[in-house]
Design a protein around this ligand. Structure first.
Ligand code: URQ
Ligand code: ZN
Ligand code: ZN
Length: 483
């Protein structure tokens, strides 16, 4: 099966040029002007892309489809969630295996693999380290060597549930280093969050307005810096997920300026939404925005945009983790019981284009970098993913920079009854989404297929890893010989 994209302007993370693109059997076969070869025949599907941009499909490195969490299960499953992603131009997700404490890691891994078999687009998994013993130490090796996992997640929040303390961080980071894997962290000090939650409840603050008050920027900044320092001493690359405020951004910036291998992720929501949502008079509306880290005061959004522009933050994501109003109501009397999570997978690409490229904050090439290519490089699946190059997977979006869309829960494909970007009009949308060389979305029509998504292996020892090893060798400790 072949697909011929003609007349478009190709945008990669570092290059802009006019060329045609031929896809054959799910891969990019050739790129150039006036392509002609025997794979172009009467059965070839042709897309005229004049006036449009042709870009790598988005990669969302942070989603939680059908996550069991806080006594319920996220309402979006792997089929509906990846379909919504394809509708918005995202062609791959990296989701999370999150074992319960004491749950066998491999059992949890296979559980998530089973759930993801219904996916409509390609996917991979970070694996969370939520407890520690010799079996976890061993399972990490199995996951890296036999299952293509090269990233391990650590929740520094969620005390009493999946929180990793310093001992677990040190043990897991050391193990990740031995295996050539990258460590990722949800950086909030879970002890401080718990302490502040109790104080707020004692003061009678039980509504959603209590949520951001229990997790101020300092709580995130402390944890981000602590995780970064532990990674520095152990000698392992670290990726800070959902950097939401200037405090954690400064911790990342300091470390990167000192040459440490630290990567930062920012959510589309944290770039555009501020904490006024939590004082909305309607309880359901305020609760719908409860996620962690919370949305922040306006000054933090400006800082995060600068961090993205300056290259201190490398990727954008959504942390797509959906709970409908009846689920959020579980915290009606106590904000600490509101399931944490918001949606975004369908809107990320478009809100970032509109508020990033249309405003001049990002060039088109930088847009490709932060929505696709950088995540592929950091998690070691480039150029198979995140590129438009011969031999790469044919995950492609055809972008109409003039087409407008008003975002609404009434029209989105996400399986959730709320949209954090409700009413936002964006200019610049994907007219076509191509996944594995097939048109799966065109002009508003979604044609996804349950179960065609593939699990993507991510090899260990991403390119930057040997740079860390060389730095470590330079500082290798030496015993002093004494007579
Ligand atoms: O913390 C996370 O990333 C998961 C549990 C989704 N929920 C959230 O509030 N971010
Ligand atoms: Zn998180
Ligand atoms: Zn998350």
């Amino acid at each position: 099966m072949s697909l011929h994209i003609k007349g478009g302007t190709i945008i990669t993370s570092d290059h802009t040029f006019v060329a045609d693109l031929l896809c054959v059997d799910g891969l990019i076969h050739s790129i150039g002007e006036n392509i002609s070869n025997d794979r172009i025949n009467k059965d070839t599907e042709v897309i005229e892309a004049d006036g449009c941009y042709v870009m790598p499909g988005g990669i969302d490195p942070h989603t939680h489809m059908e996550l069991p969490f806080m006594g319920t299960v996220a309402s979006e499953d792997f089929f509906t969630g990846t379909s919504a992603g394809l509708a918005g131009g995202t062609t791959m997700i990296i989701d999370f295996v999150i074992p319960n404490p004491q749950q066998d890691i491999m059992e949890a891994y296979h559980q998530w693999r089973g759930w993801a078999e219904k996916a409509a687009s390609d996917y991979s998994f970070h694996v969370a380290i939520t407890w520690w013993d010799e079996s976890v130490h061993k399972a990490m090796e199995t996951l890296v060597h036999d299952y293509g996992v090269n990233s391990f997640k650590h929740f520094m929040a969620y005390k009493g549930a999946i929180m990793a303390d310093d001992e677990m961080l040190v043990n897991s980071f050391q193990r990740a280093r031995e295996l050539g894997a990258i460590c990722t962290v949800h950086a909030e000090n879970g002890e401080l969050v718990f302490h502040l939650q109790q104080k707020l409840l004692e003061q009678g603050i039980t509504g959603p307005e209590g949520h951001p008050l229990s997790r101020p920027p300092a709580v995130e900044g402390e944890a981000a810096n602590r995780a970064i320092r532990i990674a520095q001493v152990i000698g392992v690359p670290i990726y800070v997920v959902h950097t939401s405020c200037n405090d954690s951004l400064q911790a990342i910036t300091r470390a990167r300026n000192e040459g440490q291998r630290v990567f930062g992720e920012v959510l589309a929501g944290h770039l555009l939404i501020d904490d006024s949502v939590y004082t909305h008079p309607d309880w359901d509306t305020a609760a719908a925005y409860v996620m962690s880290p919370p949305f922040r005061p306006k000054a933090h959004q400006a800082a995060l945009w600068r961090g993205l522009q300056a290259g201190m933050l490398q990727t954008t994501a959504t942390d797509h983790c959906c709970f409908c109003a009846p689920q959020k109501q579980m915290g009606r009397e106590d904000f600490t019981k509101i399931p944490n999570g918001t949606a975004g997978i369908e809107d990320r690409m478009q809100v970032l284009w509109h508020h990033g490229v249309n405003t001049g904050r990002l060039t088109k090439n930088e847009f490709v970098a932060v929505t696709s290519t950088n995540a592929a490089k950091i998690f070691n699946i480039y150029p198979q993913k995140g590129s438009l190059s011969e031999g790469a997977d044919a995950d492609i979006i055809i972008w109409d920079p003039e087409r407008e869309r008003t975002i609404s829960k009434e029209t989105h494909h996400q399986n959730v009854d709320f949209n954090i970007f409700e009413g936002m009009t964006v200019r610049g949308v994907n007219q076509v989404t191509i996944s594995q060389g097939k048109v799966v979305y065109q002009d508003g029509e979604l044609r996804t297929e349950r179960g065609v998504g593939r699990y993507i292996n991510r090899p260990a020892y991403a390119p930057y890893y040997d740079a860390i090893d060389k730095q470590m060798v330079r500082h290798a400790p030496k015993a002093v010989s004494r007579n």
